[in-house]
Design a protein around this ligand. Sequence first.
Ligand SMILES: Nc1ncnc2c1ncn2[C@@H]1O[C@H](COP(=O)(O)OP(=O)(O)O)[C@@H](O)[C@H]1O
Ligand SMILES: Nc1ncnc2c1ncn2[C@H]1C[C@H](O)[C@@H](COP(=O)(O)OP(=O)(O)O)O1
Ligand SMILES: [Mg+2]
Length: 184
Amino acid sequence: GHIFGGPGSGKGTQCEKIVAKYGYTHLSSGDLLRAEVASGSERGKQLQAIMQKGELVPLDTVLDMIKDAMIAKADVSKGYLIDGYPREVKQGEEFEKKIGAPALLLYVDAKAETMVQRLMKRGETSGRADDNEETIKKRLDLYYKATEPVIAYYEKRGIVRKINSELPVDEVFAIVVKAIDELK
Ligand SMILES: Nc1ncnc2c1ncn2[C@@H]1O[C@H](COP(=O)(O)OP(=O)(O)O)[C@@H](O)[C@H]1O
Ligand SMILES: Nc1ncnc2c1ncn2[C@H]1C[C@H](O)[C@@H](COP(=O)(O)OP(=O)(O)O)O1
Ligand SMILES: [Mg+2]
């Protein structure tokens, strides 16, 4: 399934707990991109510049990375947890064409104000080039403009489970567990 939500809504936090309990393969588009940046490659430098501005990297780049990572884990995976993708409707469509339809979309939902607060706090220690006030504002704008419409795309199929991510981490996780167990 996919885990979906705005920047700082708590996707990564919940993924860690889901992996610990269910053993799914966690693939975060952001982590994959940051690994490419860390490699120091020419492509990594281009990606870094885009991410620092709070923009989306080209669809093909990120989908290829996810697909390669899925293939690399295919024979040991108990299931995939895709974090940070799709970020626009077109990405959802391409995923279906090239990989397949997700079984579940966990939508961790928090208020803009909460996301900003959490990202500013995360920025104190994350070392991430995009956890600063200016970039956070751009990421939020882009989230509401390009990413949020993705929900409507999946809602029609009844696979969206909206989860109140304003609650403490363990309470959010309890709701996540219910949504996953209902599906099994
Ligand atoms: N339910 C929560 N309550 C309070 N803080 C949270 C909660 N979930 C996540 N956080 C904190 O908010 C920040 C962003 O969470 P993260 O999981 O990295 O979000 P995302 O991957 O969606 O950007 C982190 O510093 C995390 O510790
Ligand atoms: N599916 C995707 N398409 C395009 N760009 C993406 C992407 N996933 C990640 N990126 C780029 C742009 C994001 O602002 C940046 C960080 O992503 P992330 O780590 O998923 O952020 P967060 O967990 O804070 O929501 O990486
Ligand atoms: Mg994250």
